[in-house]
Each structure stands twice: as structure tokens, then as C-alpha cells.
Design a protein around this ligand. Structure first.
Ligand code: ATP
Ligand code: MG
Length: 435
């Protein structure tokens, strides 16, 4: 894409009422627009990142047997009353509204109730189990605190997967598989090294739910991490009794700030019993279906990546989620030979399958380089006046600042290698999913 055509512009200052680093940087770089506190639009660069995050999560959910669907945002009051989750005294973050024709509806905060009801049409026998369904959908929550930028939205994207199993044993087997899939997701998002399984409250059969907490000073949670074992305990369940159960010792736990990137829950039969989702076993006996739910916020993940990987100059995207692979920056916009050279290189990169943002704008070199730092594309290729005489371009790694002079032939050869490796990795993921 030619940057001269991109409708978004960078800006020096974030809005003065924006306190979160992630939103400040994303707004300055033109990735998101703040509509209201906790409500953000995703602009072209931001949507590219979000779509990359979604693709990674989708691949990993498909690989463990998840079937994608999408449910409605509008929620039926009557359904939620049956599980006692409609009353504001029980659930305090609903956005509720009235139908012109009469009656009330809410905007979905989560989707256990509607999916359980849907499944009563499709699950009736042991032969129909287990099943795993998931969606990507905007959730709406009337969050009180909205000081964490896109990490805590009132409207935000969630991937929610739900599992339906015959019994606790079948549930536990899938829960373990989902845990591993989540680890893969966070690895691929570039935050795996600082994201830890954390025992928290809210389990139904299993006593604990498991959160995936990413270490960050911007986090709203306090966890106690055993660095050796790579597991943590959320402050909300941090008691001597719990530590003993988990075979953890206070001496080896360090207190950390963290942000919940995802979590996985055993729901037991709470929803299936309330909404009548049951199956007949081989002997003809009826049992309630055992459920689990598994959430990740792709928009929050994007915020976490920004909080943890960006630097004083701006955003730093991992290769896997970056809006473009390459930022081609031509520093001499008014010299037709240099422009011709840069145009040709841009065409060649695109033809080789290398997603490139091409800064062809007629602005000062200093401004281009500052913008390029702010936008944070992993690899920058700089074309200057001497590129034509030396035949070399400068290649800068955004994350490390490492600078190499590379001849044009070597440049394309090295990228072709990257593209080939990526295609291979992609094929592997697809083979996994098929298996
Ligand atoms: P938190 O404890 O941070 O309030 P939660 O426990 O309410 O989150 P879930 O209901 O389990 O979260 O939602 C699943 C996932 O959705 C979370 O792990 C997180 O990644 C994401 N998420 C939850 N609330 C928000 C929000 N307000 N904005 C953005 N992402 C969110
Ligand atoms: Mg939580």
C-alpha cells in the first residue's frame, strides 16, 4: 500500500484524556480512533493487526476441533432470567435496551446462555458429543473502569469457545488440550515468554479457573508467580490453603502486576441444567451436558502487545501480527530517478508476496523516519540518494535497531526465503488442523 493513499495520519500528541500507553500510541500512529472512554474504532492499520491476531487464534481453535459460528449481539431477557443472570443486582455490566414493539433486550456480555439453547436443538445423544463451537464477536460490557485503553473496552472483540462433553473426564481431556492451544496462541502473538497460567477463582467442578496472565505494569491484576515452574496464583485466591493444594510455596512466589490475556473455565452443568441441555447415554439414561468456556480478547491482546513490546519511539510489532512485513521508505521524494527506483522495488516486493507499506509521501526525511518508528513495522528498507550509486539499501530491524546495508539482489533473495518459510509453517498448521 502506498502511504500517500492511506487515509490515516500520524499525530504528535494523543488526546489529553487518554491515559493508557497502548491507546496513546495506537491513536498517535493512526491505528485506532477513540469514540468515547473505553470505545474504539479500528482504522486500516489497526484492523490489519486485529485480523492477524484473529487468524492466529482461529487456526489454533480449528486445530483442536473448534467449529466457527457467530451469534447475535442482541440477547433475550427471558433466556438470561432462567439462569439468573439478567437482574442488574446479579450482573452489573449489562447494556439494556427496549424494543419499539415492547419488551427488553440486552447486548451480549458473553454467550453461554444462547449457545446452550442453540445446542438443545442439536445435541440429544452420546453420539452428538463432544462438540466445540466458537465465535469472534463484539461483546458489550458497561465497565466502570475504562483507564486501560483497548485492554478494557465497553465494546470489544472476544473469541469465545464453548465445549460440550459427556462427563467430567471427557471435559478434563479437552480442557488440557485447550490450555496447550492457548499457550501456542500467546507464543505466536509474541507474548508467550511473559504469559503464565494463573489459578484463579470461578471454577465449578475444578475449583479453579485458569487465567493466562501477561506480566505488565499496566495490568490491573496482582499475581504471585513461581518463575521456575512458570505458573502463578491470582491474588483473589492467594491463601495458605490454596498454595498447599497447588504445591506452591510462598518462598518461591514473586508478586507481579499482570493483565488477563485469556481464561478457561469449567462450567460444569450450571447452564445445561438450567436450560435443559441433556443427552441420552447408551443405556438410555439422560445426563446434563458438561460444559467449559474459553475466552481470549483479540483487541485486548493487541493492547497487551503494545504495552509490553513498544519502546520510546513507538510501536514494535512482532512479525506474526504486524500490519505490513516491510516499510519501504524513500527519502528523496523529489528526485525522479530515486522515485523510479523506489517504485520499482515496491512493485517487486509486492510481486514476491511481501506485504509492504511504501512511504512515497512528499515529506521531510526526518518526519518519515519518525513516523516509521511510530508505526512499528518489523523491517524498514530505506532508499536514499546513495542507494543508486552503491546499489545498496539500508535495512533496519525495528525491534533491535540493527542496521544492515544490503544489495538489491540479496534483499529480494532473503525475503523470498522468509516467504517460503512462512508458507511452510502455514501448511504445517493446516495439516495439524486436518489431522
Ligand atoms: P477481567 O477480569 O479482565 O475483567 P473477565 O474475567 O471478565 O476479564 P472474561 O469474561 O473471561 O473476562 O472474558 C474473556 C476474555 O475477554 C478475557 O480474558 C479478556 O482477554 C477479554 N476481555 C474481557 N473483558 C474485556 C474488556 N472489557 N475489554 C477487552 N477485552 C476484554
Ligand atoms: Mg477475570
Amino acid at each position: 500500500m502506498r502511504q500517500s493513499q492511506l487515509f490515516t495520519k500520524t499525530r504528535r500528541e494523543a488526546p489529553s484524556d487518554e491515559v493508557a500507553k497502548n491507546a496513546q500510541l495506537l491513536i498517535r500512529a493512526g491505528f485506532v480512533h477513540k469514540e468515547m472512554a473505553g470505545v474504539y474504532s479500528y482504522l486500516p492499520l489497526g484492523l490489519r493487526v486485529l485480523n492477524n491476531i484473529v487468524s492466529i487464534i482461529r487456526e489454533e481453535m480449528n486445530a483442536i476441533g473448534g467449529q466457527e459460528m457467530v451469534m447475535t449481539a442482541l440477547q433475550d431477557k427471558e433466556l438470561w432470567s432462567r439462569t439468573d443472570r439478567w437482574d442488574d443486582a446479579k450482573v452489573d455490566n449489562w447494556f439494556k435496551t427496549n424494543f419499539a414493539s415492547g419488551g427488553e433486550a440486552g447486548l451480549g456480555i458473553t454467550h453461554e446462555e444462547p449457545l446452550t439453547r442453540i445446542m438443545t436443538d442439536h445435541i440429544s445423544s452420546y453420539r452428538d458429543l463432544p462438540r466445540y463451537a466458537y465465535q469472534f464477536q463484539n461483546k458489550f460490557r458497561n465497565e466502570l473502569r475504562a483507564k486501560s485503553g483497548i485492554m478494557r473496552g465497553k465494546e470489544f472483540l472476544m473469541k469465545d469457545l464453548y465445549s460440550f462433553s459427556k462427563d467430567e473426564e471427557e471435559h478434563a481431556a479437552f480442557f488440557a488440550i485447550a490450555r496447550e492451544a492457548y499457550k501456542k496462541v500467546f507464543q505466536r502473538l509474541g507474548i508467550g515468554d511473559r504469559t503464565f497460567v494463573t489459578f484463579a477463582s470461578g471454577g465449578i467442578f475444578s475449583e479453579f479457573s485458569e487465567e493466562f496472565q501477561t506480566l505488565s505494569d499496566a495490568g490491573e491484576d496482582t499475581i504471585y508467580l513461581d518463575e521456575e515452574k512458570g505458573i502463578a496464583v491470582n491474588k483473589e485466591v492467594y491463601t495458605d490453603e490454596v498454595l498447599e493444594k497447588l504445591n506452591l510455596s510462598k518462598d518461591t512466589l514473586v508478586e507481579k502486576r499482570a493483565i488477563e490475556a485469556g481464561n478457561i473455565f469449567n462450567l460444569g452443568t450450571r447452564f445445561s441444567e438450567a436450560l435443559g441441555l441433556s443427552y441420552m447415554d447408551e443405556e438410555g439414561n439422560r445426563h446434563p451436558v458438561v460444559m467449559g468456556c474459553y475466552g481470549i480478547g483479540p483487541t485486548r491482546s493487541m493492547g497487551i502487545i503494545v504495552e509490553t513490546l513498544s519502546d520510546s519511539k513507538g510501536l514494535v510489532w512482532p512479525e506474526s501480527v504486524a500490519p505490513f512485513k516491510v516499510h519501504l521508505v524513500s527519502l528523496v521524494p523529489n528526485d525522479p530517478t530515486v522515485v523510479g527506483y523506489a517504485d520499482a522495488l515496491y512493485e517487486e516486493l509486492m510481486a514476491s508476496g511481501i506485504d509492504t507499506l511504501y512511504d512515497d509521501r512528499d515529506v521531510r526525511a526526518g518526519e518519515k523516519l519518525a513516523d516509521s518508528d511510530l508505526i512499528g513495522i518489523p523491517t524498514r528498507i530505506i532508499i536514499g540518494k546513495d542507494t543508486l550509486t552503491t546499489g545498496e539499501v539500508e535495512v533496519v530491524n525495528r525491534a533491535t535497531g540493527e542496521l544492515k546495508k544490503v544489495s538489491r539482489e540479496n534483499l529480494l533473495a532473503s525475503f523470498s526465503k522468509v516467504v517460503a518459510l512462512e508458507a511452510e509453517a502455514q501448511a504445517e498448521v493446516q495439516a495439524d488442523a486436518a489431522a
